[in-house]
Design a protein around this ligand. Sequence first.
Ligand code: FAD
Length: 344
Amino acid sequence: PEEELDPEEAALREKLAAYRGVWVFIEQTEGEAAKVSWELLGKGKELAAARNCPLSAVVMGDQVEHLCRQAMGYGAETVYLMDAPVLRHYRTEAYQKSLCALVEKYKPEVILMGATGLGRDLAGVVATVLATGLTADCTGLSIDKGNLMQTRPAFGGNIMATIVCDKFRPQMSTVRPHVMPMPEFDASLKGEIVREPVPVAEDEVQVKVLDILMDKGGSKVDIAGAEFIISGGRGMMAKENFGLLEELAEVLGGVVGASRSAVDAGWMPQDRQVGQTGKTVRPKVYIACGISGAIQHLVGMQDSDVVIAINRDPEAPIFEVASYGIVGDLFQVIPSLTAKLKAL
Ligand code: FAD
């Protein structure tokens, strides 16, 4: 027999059942997609399969149809395209109105976005306007009993919390770049492009983009995209000692990263920080030098293919996630490692 539901519960279930499908917002700048969008399509495919529903992408911009084909190659079955000059540059108001109109029309069950500057801004305002929940900076996503289980660090990274938005739709999450693996591109995959009218006129948008200036101040190194990262922590003892890591990085064709302690000490710039309040990285090889392995550091690097830890304390927690551990003084180990590699 059908279970008896109280009218409130029945109305809620009916409201939620109207939403279907997993959407990934494709972030683009000057017609080039942010890699995190493709990573999310990879994850989205898995979620859509678990939910037995379609995977779709949303592309917004000006002359960005080429991105629809890319999205299909990464698994999107349908791509909703809003293409107009008013969407050329990201502006909160224009993008929010456009995305909300799409959501209200098609009612997706899940929306994923990159936890980038743009994604964090857009997801927050869209969730507020739609009066639904948003979980920021997720590190894990799965489906359980029809709900999206959203895992993220909480209480300063000391626990991993799983958050469920069980009374509102759509369920929205942002995910940092490099947290999800990059899917394979398959040019033979086909999908459908659904062109949608853009519901915003230029004179309704209060923000005008006059010019775009590149940041000349910061270091040009993108640690998030590097294949080899050599990171230093408090054990490096001083700024000058990072030269040892630069030398090793040069031999390996990698870049130098840092723990928060090293950044707080002023030894490295903030854009090199790995971890919960820094960047999430997923290199082929991550070498942690004089880093203890606090949970807030681990959440930013534990998905690296190979982790090598150099630490003089055999009990350091970094060894728990390390593929290879060297217990020793980094001031001896690193120069000899660099010399050996140079000799190859
Ligand atoms: P320590 O913990 O002091 O470790 C230094 C290590 O160096 C020790 O294990 C020691 O044995 C080793 N060592 C010393 N000398 C040598 C030597 N000669 N040879 C070999 N080994 C040596 N941290 C981050 O890294 N990233 C973050 O994004 C981040 N976000 C945070 C967010 C919050 C809300 C909080 C509360 C903290 C955050 N932290 C973050 C800080 C984090 O908790 C740790 O304090 C920090 O990661 C420790 O940095 P460390 O490993 O370099 O230093």
